[in-house]
Every structure is written in C-alpha cells, then in structure tokens.
Design a protein around this ligand. Sequence first.
Ligand code: ZN
Ligand code: ZN
Length: 267
Amino acid sequence: MLTNYHTHTLFCDGDHSAEDMVLSAIDKGFCALGFSGHGYTDFDLSYCIKDMPGYISEINRLKDKYKDRIEIYLGLEEDAYCLCDRSKYDYIIGSCHYAKVQDQYYAIDSGAEYFRECLEQFGGDVCKLADNYYGYFVDYILSRKPDIVGHFDLITKFDELGESILLNNPDYNALAEKYMAQAARSGCIFEVNTGAISRKVRTTPYPAANLLQVLKKEGAPITLSSDSHNKDTLDCAFDETRRYLFDLGFRKLYALYDGRFQPFDLI
Ligand SMILES: [Zn+2]
Ligand SMILES: [Zn+2]
C-alpha cells in the first residue's frame, strides 16, 4: 500500500504546488497522501510556511476535490522548538531541525558548513552536540507525543559526505541508542525517512540501522516517508527501503487510512 505523510510544497520549501503533488501521487498509485508543511518558526523564516490560512484552505480544497481518487490529509511538520495549535491538523510530525546554544538556534540540516558551525559551539565534540540535540528532542517527544516522529537522527545528514564523525563513532552510537530507547517508549510512530537519499547526501534512510534495531526491540510502530519536496520523489527508494526493513525484522508499516493510523503489511 503506497502512502506518504511527509510532503512539502510551494507553501514552504517544496518545488511544486500541493495540487501537482496530489496528481503525481494519484499517478503513482498512492492510496493516501498527507501534507506536512514546515510549521511557523519565528526564529528562522527561511523555510517555514508564512501563509498558514492559505495552506490549510488549499489542502482542504484538494481533500474534497480528489476524495474519490485518493485520501488527502492535512498535517504539519512541527519543529520541537516552536509548537503549533495541533487541533487544526489531522496529524503532526514532530521534528527537530536545530541545536540551541544559549539564545542561538543552529540549523543542523541546512548544509554541511552550517553543521560544522554548530559543532564548533560544542568544541568539536560530537557527543556534546548529540546530547544537546537528542536531550531536547526526546523530552519534546515524551511530553508532546507527536503522531509521527520525524527523521530522528537528522544530525547525521551530512555524515556520509566526508569522513564519518557520527555513524562510525561507537560513543555517538551508544548515546543515540540510549535516547532512541527512551523515545521508543513514547507510543509515537517513527518515520523511516528516505529524504536524504533523494537529496543524494545519504545512501540509507533515517534512522540509522542500529537505531531501527532499537525500535524493533522496543516494538515501536514505524511508517515509511519520503520527506518529498518534489512531485517526482514521492516514493523515492521505497521499494529498497521496504526490503531493508524486512531484513531488519519489521513486518508492518503504519499508515493513516480511513481516518486512523493502522498497521499494514510491509511487503
Ligand atoms: Zn524536517
Ligand atoms: Zn520535512
């Protein structure tokens, strides 16, 4: 069953209109498509939605217009540092895109150079950065309980581009696994996100395999998402990721269908 709940459009930093994304999803045989524009962040206006009423009314218009062909859901990708009014949405994805040091927010996914700038705030110590990032994010997950947890280990986004400082670091992995085990007990659904594969910065999805194994061990539910910013990448790497998850022992994916999140066979 083809679905995706992590979708960006021209309302935030996507390449295509919401309607173009719907038409592409129908063309690809999707059963359901959820929109998750970036929630408003007053401290960083570079990629969030500025016209929230326009976004909500357009997704609701599409929901009605295409109701006989595909289920459309109105969601939001909320950043852990700026909470939304979730009553307006069918679901929220809770993500963390920043590390905060004193009053400064450092985007950890905007580019390898921004990531390095952020790392410098921690004296180059990746475990101190990871502790700051996961510590805040996991507190948010446990208290907020978003419907879906977005790209849990986003701080590893650029790790495959140069010399790996995170994914091959045992101290980092032990720390990330500890935080993942805490977060896995939240009852939230965790997304397996192929967005960095479509951006050609990663060969594997978030979260990394060792963190997926923690989710598996804790029995946490997962969903598959493309974090798509373009109508052509709505199902990016879905086939190989399904096989990869199967090999890791997963058998079910959760999907928002018929108005509720429910498990479906992975393959
Ligand atoms: Zn995100
Ligand atoms: Zn996103």
